[in-house]
Every structure is written in structure tokens, then in C-alpha cells.
Design a protein around this ligand. Structure first.
Ligand SMILES: CC(C)(COP(=O)(O)OP(=O)(O)OC[C@H]1O[C@@H](n2cnc3c(N)ncnc32)[C@H](O)[C@@H]1OP(=O)(O)O)[C@@H](O)C(=O)NCCC(=O)NCCSC(=O)C[C@H](O)C(=O)O
Ligand SMILES: [Mg+2]
Length: 284
């Protein structure tokens, strides 16, 4: 499934059972919303949340991408979740939790034919199978589930996320190799702005498209971190101008700010400008 050109800087989870939050999200500056039926919904609330969400998704969420996280097929709810949202016009994609193998995607694709699939990458086996998962023809995006991954690894929370690096790296490589969207895991301390900012910057440096979030307070920081900065845009424009001038003189290399600029840097520069245009095109 080709990667959409739209931005995914901020991807906000909303429990499918919380009517007030579902309504509030129609006015929030999130690039995408994950409507959650899995971990954020208590077992006794699962059936009600499914019905509430099916109704809520008839509302206008504007340009925000609408992704429904269903329960796993190893639970009593997953298949019914998939069936209810398969043909729902308010659903852009279905997110499958704890994807470990390509067969996990096949099972859901059978019930939601034609709907783009997203995969929660949060099991040790999923990390090892990331390339095969990313190659699935129905897959559009990957979401890091760093809480579940930490649990499986028995890892401790560290500000530098060292225990996560192998998994994050494997999934990034897989997503990039197959041109899929990939968004980073959540930052649990939702009132800690400095911690969130640092983790967003780290994710941006690594190449993630954006970050999953759990609270509206986190939107502004993620939107800023995953958008090109003014300095990046200025550099991109100057690189393109300098390279065009070099080409006009029969040269394949220009120099900007003491660094060489070749065709491959122009690809990045143009992608930076395109990302800014896509963000500007969002009216939220
Ligand atoms: C974390 C929360 C439980 C906090 O809830 P609450 O105490 O109600 O927050 P506030 O009072 O500060 O809320 C202020 C207003 O904002 C709205 N709100 C809160 N959260 C959201 C949200 N996520 N989306 C939209 N709107 C939201 C409230 O309704 C208030 O509105 P108003 O009444 O107008 O003032 C809560 O934020 C929450 O439930 N967050 C989501 C938790 C969640 O989805 N968890 C599951 C995903 S994380 C995960 O599973 C990752 C992965 O799988 C892994 O393994 O890592
Ligand atoms: Mg999880």
C-alpha cells in the first residue's frame, strides 16, 4: 500500500469508550487519530466502545487520518471489531495490535479487504519479522508499541531509550525499505513537556514520521518536532538554488555553508519542502 503524502507528526490515541474525548478530538490539532478498542478499553466496556465508536466515526474529523485499533484475533472481540469497521466509511485504516508475523496481517486482511492496514510493532517476534511485515501488500503504516515491547524485553525505562534501540532500528529499516509510514511509541509522562520534547527530537533524528500521543497536551510539541524548522527550510531552498546554479555551469557538486551538495542532498531538500507544503495544506 503506497505511503500517503499527508503528514503523521502527531497521532493521538483516544479510548473508543470515551464519548467526550471522541467529540473533543474533532477540534484538536492531531494529524491522525487512533481510535482505540484495545488496551485503553476495559473488557466489560469492549462491546459498548465498539458501538460508541461506530457512531462517533460518522462525525466530521476533517483532515485527520482516522485509524481504528481493533482487538487481537486471539481475543473474543477482534473479529467482530474488524467486521464492524471493514466497510465503515469513517475509517481510513485498521490498526492491528501485537503483530508478530505476516500471517497476523493476512487474517485481518481477509475480513477487511481493500482497507489499508497498520501494524503495532511491539513484540520481540514482530521485531525479528519486521521486514516481512512491512512487505505485506496491504500494509500502510507501522506504530511502535514501546510499552509492550519494554514489557516483553524486561527492559527498564531510560531517557536515552537504549534498550529500545535494536527494535526501533529494525522497524525503521523495514518501514523505509518498503516505503511505509512509521510513527514512534508514546511518552507516558504526559505532563512532562521537556521529556516529551527530547524523545520527539530523538525520534525525528532517527527518521520517524511522527509520534503517537496519549493526551491533547502533547500535540503541540510533537507537531513542532516533526515539522521542518525554518532553518531546515532555508537550507533546503539555498541548496536547491546553489545546485541549480552549479548544474547550469556543468558542475554536479555545489557548496553551501562549507558542505558539499550533490543530487542526493537535493532529493532530501525537496522532500523537506514537500513536507512543509503538506503540513500547510492541513486545515485543522
Ligand atoms: C491519560 C488520560 C487517562 C488522562 O485523562 P484525564 O484525566 O481525563 O485528562 P484531562 O482531565 O487532563 O483531560 C482534559 C481534556 O482532554 C480530553 N482528553 C484527555 N485525553 C484525551 C485524548 N487522548 N484524546 C482526546 N481528548 C482527550 C478530556 O476529555 C478533557 O476534555 P474536557 O472535558 O473538554 O476538558 C487520558 O488522556 C487518556 O485516556 N489517554 C489515552 C490513553 C490511551 O489511549 N491509552 C492506550 C494507548 S497507549 C498504548 O497502548 C501504546 C502501545 O500499545 C504500547 O504498547 O506502547
Ligand atoms: Mg501495546
Amino acid at each position: 500500500m503506497p505511503k500517503p503524502a499527508r503528514p503523521f507528526r502527531s497521532v493521538l490515541y483516544i479510548p473508543g469508550s470515551k464519548e467526550r474525548a471522541l467529540e473533543k478530538a474533532q477540534g484538536l490539532a492531531a494529524d491522525a487519530i487512533i481510535f482505540d478498542l484495545e488496551d485503553a478499553v476495559a473488557p466489560e466496556e469492549k462491546a459498548r466502545a465498539r458501538a460508541v465508536l461506530a457512531q462517533a466515526l460518522r462525525a466530521d474529523y476533517g483532515p485527520r487520518a482516522r485509524i481504528v485499533r481493533i482487538n487481537g484475533f486471539d481475543t473474543g472481540w477482534g473479529r467482530e471489531d474488524a467486521a464492524v469497521f471493514a466497510g465503515h466509511p469513517g475509517v481510513d485504516a485498521v490498526l492491528i495490535p501485537k503483530v508478530s508475523t505476516r500471517a497476523d496481517l493476512d487474517a485481518v486482511a481477509e475480513i477487511v479487504p481493500g482497507k489499508p492496514l497498520w501494524a503495532m510493532m511491539e513484540t520481540a517476534l514482530g521485531m525479528l519479522n519486521a521486514a516481512a511485515i512491512a512487505a505485506h501488500p496491504a500494509l500502510q503504516g507501522m506504530v511502535m508499541g514501546t510499552n509492550d515491547l519494554a514489557r516483553e524485553l524486561g527492559a527498564r525505562t531510560r531517557a536515552d531509550r537504549l534498550p529500545m534501540m535494536a527494535g526501533l532500528g529494525l522497524c525503521l529499516l523495514a518501514a523505509k525499505a518498503h516505503d511505509r509510514v512509521i510513527v514512534d511509541g508514546v511518552y507516558n509522562a504526559f505532563k512532562d513537556d521537556d521529556g516529551l520534547r527530547a524523545e520527539c527530537e530523538q525520534g525525528r533524528d532517527m527518521g520517524f514520521d511522527g509520534k503517537t500521543l496519549i493526551h491533547p497536551l502533547q500535540l503541540e510539541i510533537a507537531n513542532a518536532a516533526f515539522a521542518p524548522s525554518e532553518a531546515e527550510l532555508d537550507l533546503a531552498r539555498r541548496q536547491i538554488a546553489a545546485f541549480d546554479a552549479a548544474l547550469a555551469e556543468g558542475q554536479a557538486v555545489a557548496v553551501v555553508d562549507g558542505r558539499i551538495v550533490e543530487n542526493l542532498h537535493i532529493v532530501t531538500a525537496k522532500a523537506t519542502l514537500a513536507r512543509a507544503d503538506a503540513i500547510a495544506g492541513l486545515v485543522v
